[in-house]
Design a protein around this ligand. Sequence first.
Ligand SMILES: [Zn+2]
Length: 317
Amino acid sequence: MLRLKGFCLSLLLSLPLQPALAASDNGQTLDLKQYSDREKLPDFTAAACPDMARGLTQIKNNLYRHTTGNGLAVHSGLVLITKEGALVIDPAQSCTSKWLLNEIKTRFNVPVKYVIYTHGHADHISGSQIFQDNGATVVANQRAVEPIIGEKLDTALPNKVFDKDMKITLGGETVLLHHVAPSHSDSMTMVLFPDYKALQCTDVCESKTMPYNDLLDFYYPGWIETLDWVIKQDVDVIDVGHYTPATRQDQQALRTYLVSLHQQVLDLVRAGQSWDQLYRNVKFSPEVQAWTGFATMKMANVQGMYRWVSSHRRGAW
Ligand SMILES: [Zn+2]
């Protein structure tokens, strides 16, 4: 009996320590100490919001989607639940982050191990300090550090950063992070869940919705390059960070719209039209006219593209 016990113990000690369940990533550690006394402005998402609509709904198997807000005002991100812990994309803004952390703990009995930033805009990344303070590793493209510090955002700086690619393994599942090009900001991260054929493509992808306002913080060629990359992925669900999840076909339609908008504005500028003439002469397809937000966003979209064309004047795309 004793000998058997000794045998079992030595067998146990010789086994590797659950290799499938050892979280790992190949990100670069950011030395946060150097930023410890950085200035912060008040967090506009911090006010209590007990009546704000919020949810955590299943997309496929272990993949979920968190939402904050209603209808057009929804902010969203995918959430992967594994035995080892959860991975959350964007932290749902400060007034909802605590709820999301508790919801994951209550429903699945796991901690949040990773929070990934889609890009360095405050409306998507506020609230992450709540996860970081509870042990999560915050990850972002390295280009997101500068705007967080420069814009004095009261949110967590990333613990880990990457340039082009990063891989996270959590609970035996694989998550791939990729920076294609400057598109909607220069710090965009695409997050791919290959086993689920799912992609997070926040703000640079759309869901039969107009791009927001004057296309703020956008880079035209990189936006097209990013959409080309998205269209090539083997995915059937794309969370766009807002509204409802989308498809690759939706991104093809968005690409067609942006190329047409760019070409029309370029042609009108080259024909010598002033802004006052130009904005009346841009044509929209019936498909685009049916998109959510068309009436309120069309003028601002033309204005954003007019600014881009005025600054760059190149048309060989
Ligand atoms: Zn944004």
